[in-house]
Structure formats: C-alpha cells, structure tokens
Design a protein around this ligand. Structure first.
Ligand code: F6P
Length: 744
C-alpha cells in the first residue's frame, strides 16, 4: 500500500496543480468579462442620463431630479443613481442607496476638479459595487454637477464561486477515477498474479496440485514465477526424498531419537506441519533489570522443557502467549519469529493479551481455578464469573490465531494444558477437518472434585472436541473417563478407552512425558570449570550436596523439603558442615496472593533453619531465588550427590528425569515424591511421602549413606528407563496415535 501511495500521490498532485491553474485562469477571465460588461452598461446608462441631468441641474429642478433617481429603484442589479450639484452636494439619491449617497467620498471632489468621468469598484459597508460618475457640463463647458450610477457586483462573486465549485467537483471526481483506475491496473498486472502464484506455491508445496502455475508472460513477473516454480519443485523433491529415507530408517531403528521422530513426522504428517499451542512460550524476551537491555530467556516449566526439543527436531509452528515485556520488539509483522534465536529451527507465533485478559484467563481461571482443582494440595480453587468470561475470550483469541495458520488440507493441532480446554471446540467449529490432540500436563482429579467446578460441562464438552486427550499416567486417564461418564451425557468405552458423545469419539490415553535423552555429552571442561566456580563461591569443597530445582509453587512441596532438611540436622547433627542443600527457586505466578504468600513462607522457613543450624560461615541451606537457564542448572545437576523432588502432587515432574539424564556417570541419588507421575517410572528412586517429615528426613540420610554400588545400579536402571522412554518416544507415540485416528 505504501508503495502504491508513492506511485499514485505524484500523479494526483500533478493533476491537482493543473486543475488549480486552469481554475485560476478561468476565474480571472470570467471576472474580467463580467466587470467589463457592468462598466459598459454603467457608461451607457450614464450617457443616456446626461441630457435629463443637465436640464435638472441648469434649472435646479429638484422634483424631476427625485423622479429621475427613483426610476432606478425598479431596475435589476442596478443599485441606484445619485445626482450631485457643482459643489459636490447630493441633490437626489435612489432610496435603496440613500446611505451611499450620504457618505462622503473622496473621488467626488477629484472629479469636480478634473471634470472627467470615473469608473471603479468601490467598497461600501459589507458589499462591493461598481460606481460610474459622469460630470455634467453646460454648453460652455462649465461644470453643472455630476451623475453617479452604482451597480451591484455580487453576482460576479456568485459566478466565481460557482466556477470554483465546478472545478473542485470535477477535480475530485477525476482524482477518484484516477485512483480507481490505478488500483485496478495494479491489481490486474501485479496483485492478482502474485496472489495466484502464492496460492499455487502453497498448494504445490503441500502436494495438493501437480499442474504448473498460470503465469506464462516472459516479463519480470514471469521470471519470478519461474524461479518460484524451481524452488517449489526442489522443496517437494527434497521432502519426498526425506520421507522415503525416513520410512526406511523407521523400519531399522529401535530406540527413539530426534532423527526417528523427524522421520515419523515426515511419514505420518507428510507435507503437513505440526501446530503446537500452549500458554507459555518457549522463548521469552524480557528487559534485563540490571542492564536495561532485552534478553531471551527460556521460561521454567514442564511444557517448555519437553516440547522445545520436539519442535527443534521437527520444525512447525508454536503458538503461545507473548508474555515477555520485550517480546514485541522481536516479532515480524505477523507476530512471528524464528527460534531458537540465531538457530531458527521452528516458528514461534506470539499472541498478545491485554492485562485484563491475562488477569482473568491466566492468573484467575487457569491458576486460581483449574490449577488447585486438579492438584490435591488442599488449596481451595476460586471460580469467578469474570475470570471464566476472560478465559473463554482468550481461548477464542487463540483459536482465531491458529485458524489463520492452518493449511487447507488435513491440519494437525497439538494443544497443551489446562489453559485451553475450549480451544479444540472453537477450532473444530470453523475447521471440522482438523485433527486435534490435547495433552494435560497436570493431574486430573476424581469426578467428585471436578464436579465442584461451576463450568464443568462446558470444559468437558470443549475437551471432547479433541480426537485424542493425553495424560501422564493411567490413573489420570481413569479419573477423566469416570468424570466424563458421571458428569456428562456420554458413553465411555472402557475397552478402547474412548469417550463417545453425540457420535464423536475421543481417545483417552496415557503418554508419560520425558526429557530429550540420556546419551548426551560427558562433562566438558566448561562444566568442570563451572562446578569449580560454584564450589568456590559457596564453599562446597568436600561437602555432600543435595539440590532441588522448582518454580516457587505450593504444589512442589518446598516447605516440606525445608522442614525435612531442618529435621535431618536435628536428628543427625553429625552431618553439620558436611552436607548442604541447594535450592534453585524460580519465582512463579507471583501476582497471585497464594503464590506471593507462599514465597514468603518458604523464605521464612529457610531463614529459620539456617539460623538454627548454621555454624561459622557454614549454613545448611543455600536458597537461590531467581530464574535459572538450562545451562546454569546443568552444573548443579552434575555436582549434586542427591536431587530432591518432593511435590505434594505433580502430573509428571521433569526435574526428576532431567537429573537422571544429566548423571552420565550414574553417580547420584534421586529422592522422589510418590505423588509425582515420574514415581511410576523411576522406581529405583528413594520414594517418599513429603507430608511425612520424619520419613523425608530419614530418606536424606539413606541417600547419603547408600553404598556406591547400589547408587550406581539404581541410577543406571533409571537412566535406562529414560533412554527408552524419552521425549521423542512420547511425541512419536502421540503423533502415531493421532494420525491413525485420521487417515491422511
Ligand atoms: O506443567 C504445568 C504448567 O502450567 C505448564 O503449562 C507450564 O510450563 C508450567 O506449569 C509453568 O507454569 P507457568 O507457565 O504458569 O509459569
């Protein structure tokens, strides 16, 4: 449009200037013509009066003088006539210009002296008139007096105004016609062919057409079209080759790897991209409060940890809330950017929310309503009607954003978490051909608990628009099936694990999420350097290190963990100065009072335990409260002898798996809450009930004192579990299941 304006504006300007110049000339010509006519008429009238005026002035005949001037009263355009005596005094004046007659005018005395006629435009009050004065002389040439004829010139102005109006209307119409014609020409010769070419490119790429494009011209556009055709063809061939090789490899490989996932996506989805949707974005741009400059961080949380490696492997698009305060600086005009930054493996599309939307949808309904509803932590869920309205609105906003991206054929959408229970329904309303999976990253409660949600029906209905709903563990699937069975008019097929409602089937299945792999690199020089630095910074030489990494969330069992460390030192004081617990704690959802208060409670507990047990410069708990990047967490994993995961309730908990994955030397012990999904798979961890502080404290002692061989064998077992059940297997299984629900 900008370019179009640059082209059209000069044309419009030239036409406007030409028309204005033409208008000025036309007006001048008309004005002169009209005034000339008035002048000629005035002279003629005056000359016709000369004889009668002379007679009147010679005889000082006032009666005839008045009769003469009044005869002008009936004439059109002519305002009137004034008869002056030889001294310049008014003898008679037409009544309608009596004011004119009475006003002193400098030119009358000039004419008495010069005795020559005079015609000119004169201003009188609000109007302008034409005055023609004729001196009247006797036979000897002696001045007897003067006759002045006054003409109205207002019609000249009216005529000029009418001319300008005509010129303006013609000019505007002409400009509109020029703009329309130019837009039409531009559309015909440029926009339409480009639209056709773009559409063809999209269809050809997706394999929806084999015919070549319709642009046959040999001009510049034709050359561009042929270049585009080459690119599209190469892309298609490359994709086909990848797909064939992928099928071959799939038959050979057993262990799930990044490459195998990529292959299965090619084989299963073909030309289709995968569309991920989550609330939390994988890369967030925020202003660093110290430097004042924007930086890119990877937010803490299971969704980002698990999905980012999949997207890196397979490409596609991830649509998420742009929550970073510098996010808008890094997107293109379509709110998209390539991520990871500087690597561009996939596209991140950011959806913007207003403060009110974020407040109601994210903080309110999602995290004060659904989050406590689904976690057994005895925190009461709060359901507010305005939050629900905001939640619906934001789900619709995301649906609109997703719909804009979907390809014409067989789209696949993969939704994450409790923020989007209504999204599938909204997408299917417009695109029923979309195949949709929803993965629920948190626990699903039993029907009695879920029945306390005032919006239970709408939520279940929205979720059942999906073709597949995944949970981490079978128990959550069972809870969901029970919930659908009891709270909604639906049929549950317990053999096939499907919910059938009004003929629509939704498969409910457990897919335990995981981390990318255990086969990563050995500790590098850089790792060792970092560990060294940390040991120096926190005085950790010859110290047994236990660690935890969590968002500061009341479900994570942080208070219980601090109480257990406290109790451990009470019970086993011989470990003072020999053992340290390091907690990396990422502030989370601090805008919610419960989270704000909870962070304060943990601070207080840490402070109390440190005060109670510290000796000299040694203190039992190092509490580091800030966001840590994956790279920053790694050295802590590597140096920690023990990792503690003590969630009161957790869908899976990927920290447990990340710790195991990082322990390439198999030297470490995992203390794991039995209320996490991870406990079902990591059976060789020391399982604890975090509510039992005694048991918890003792488990720390057991972990420290576990024989080296047992530690290694337990860790090796857990590493093997994760090696097999890695995140690529998780994604591969979901995609295989999803695509088999719908034949492409
Ligand atoms: O796993 C549940 C979850 O809400 C994820 O969606 C998210 O990655 C994580 O917890 C962190 O929460 P938030 O996105 O609210 O910071």
């Amino acid at each position: 449009m900008k370019r179009m304006l640059l082209f059209i504006l000069p044309v419009l300007l030239l036409v406007s200037i030409a028309f204005t110049v033409f208008g000025v000339f036309q007006v001048r010509y008309e004005e002169e013509k009209q005034l000339d006519e008035i002048k000629r008429k005035a002279i003629a009238v005056n000359e016709s009066l000369e004889f009668s005026a002379r007679h009147i002035l010679e005889n000082n005949d006032l009666k005839n003088a008045n009769r003469l001037v009044e005869s002008f009263q009936r004439r059109e355009r002519l305002q009137g006539c004034v008869i002056y005596d030889k001294e310049g005094r008014v003898l008679a004046v037409t009544e309608r210009i009596s004011d004119w007659g009475r006003t002193a005018k400098p030119y009358t005395s000039e004419i008495l002296v010069s005795k020559t006629p005079r015609g000119a435009m004169e201003k009188f009050g609000d109007y302008t008139a034409y005055s023609y004065v004729l001196p009247i002389k006797d036979a000897n040439g002696e001045l007897l007096g003067m006759v002045e004829v006054v003409y109205d010139t207002s019609h000249v102005l009216t005529t000029i105004a009418a001319i300008w109006k005509r010129v303006s209307i013609t000019l505007i119409s002409l400009l509109v016609v020029i703009v329309l014609i130019m837009l039409l020409i531009q559309r015909q010769i440029f926009v339409l062919p480009v639209i056709r070419l773009t559409e063809w490119f999209q269809h050809f790429q997706r394999g929806e057409t084999d015919v070549s494009h319709s642009i046959k011209e040999e001009d510049e556009l034709g050359k561009l079209a042929s270049e585009v055709e080459q690119v599209a063809l190469s892309l298609r061939i490359a994709r086909k080759a990848v797909s064939e090789k992928a099928s071959e490899r799939l038959e050979k490989e057993e262990l799930w790897t990044e490459a195998k996932l990529r292959d299965i996506i090619h084989v299963r989805l073909g030309e289709n991209a995968l569309y991920m949707v989550s609330n939390r974005e994988p890369y967030m741009h925020v202003i660093n409060e110290i430097t004042g400059k924007p930086e890119c961080i990877r937010p803490a949380g299971g969704v980002v940890t698990a999905i980012d490696p999949i997207m890196r492997a397979c490409g596609g698009m991830w649509i998420a809330h742009g929550a970073g305060n510098a996010d808008r600086q890094f997107v293109n005009s379509k709110d998209k950017l390539g991520v990871p930054p500087e690597d561009d493996k996939y596209i991140l599309k950011r959806v913007w929310l207003s403060k009110d939307e974020e407040e109601g949808y994210y903080y309110g309904f999602s995290n004060e309503g659904l989050w406590p509803l689904c976690h057994i932590t005895h925190t009461r869920p709060v359901f507010r009607e305005p939050d629900w309205q905001a939640y619906k609105k934001v789900n619709q906003k995301f649906a609109d954003s997703v719909l804009l991206e979907l390809p014409v054929k067989n789209p696949f959408v993969f939704i994450h978490d409790y923020h989007f229970t209504l999204l599938a329904g909204m997408i299917k309303e417009k695109r029923p051909d979309t195949t949709i999976a929803l993965f629920w990253h948190i626990p699903w409660p039993n029907p009695e608990v879920f029945a306390t949600c005032p919006y239970q029906e709408q939520i279940l209905e929205g979720m059942l628009a999906c073709d597949l709903i995944g949970f981490h563990v079978q128990m959550h699937c069972n809870n969901f099936l029970d919930t659908a069975n009891r709270l909604l008019e639906s049929r549950v097929d317990t053999e096939a694990f499907k919910v059938i409602r009004f003929g629509k089937e939704t498969l409910i299945k457990a897919f335990p999420i995981s981390v990318d792999d255990c086969t990563g690199h050995d500790s590098s020089m850089e790792d060792l350097q970092q560990i060294n630095n940390l040991c120096k910074e926190y005085n950790l030489e010859n110290t047994i290190i236990a660690m935890g990494v969590d968002r500061i969330d009341y479900t994570k069992g942080l208070s219980e963990r601090i109480l257990a460390v406290d109790r451990f030192f009470e019970k086993y004081p011989q470990y003072k100065k020999k053992f340290v617990f390091i907690q990396l704690a990422a502030p989370s959802r601090t805008h919610i009072k419960r989270y704000h208060d909870f962070a304060g409670e943990v601070d207080e507990l840490v402070e109390k335990a440190n005060w109670k047990h510290s000796e000299g410069d040694w203190k039992p708990i190092i509490y580091l409260k800030r966001h840590f990047s994956q790279e920053e967490i790694r050295p802590y994993y590597l140096m920690a002898d023990i990792c503690i995961v003590s969630s009161l309730h957790d869908g899976m908990n990927l920290v447990a798996k990340e710790y195991v994955a990082a322990k390439k030397d198999s030297n470490g012990v995992l203390i794991l809450s039995r209320f996490t999904g991870a406990a079902k798979e990591l059976t060789q961890a020391i399982h604890i009930n975090p509510y039992s502080i005694e048991e918890f404290a003792d488990s720390i002692k057991s972990a420290i004192e576990m024989p080296a061989e047992e530690k290694r064998s337990r860790m090796a077992h857990m590493r093997n579990v994760i090696r097999i059940n890695n995140v690529y297997r998780w994604a591969g299984n979901i995609i295989t299941e999803l695509t088999s629900l719908k034949k492409i």
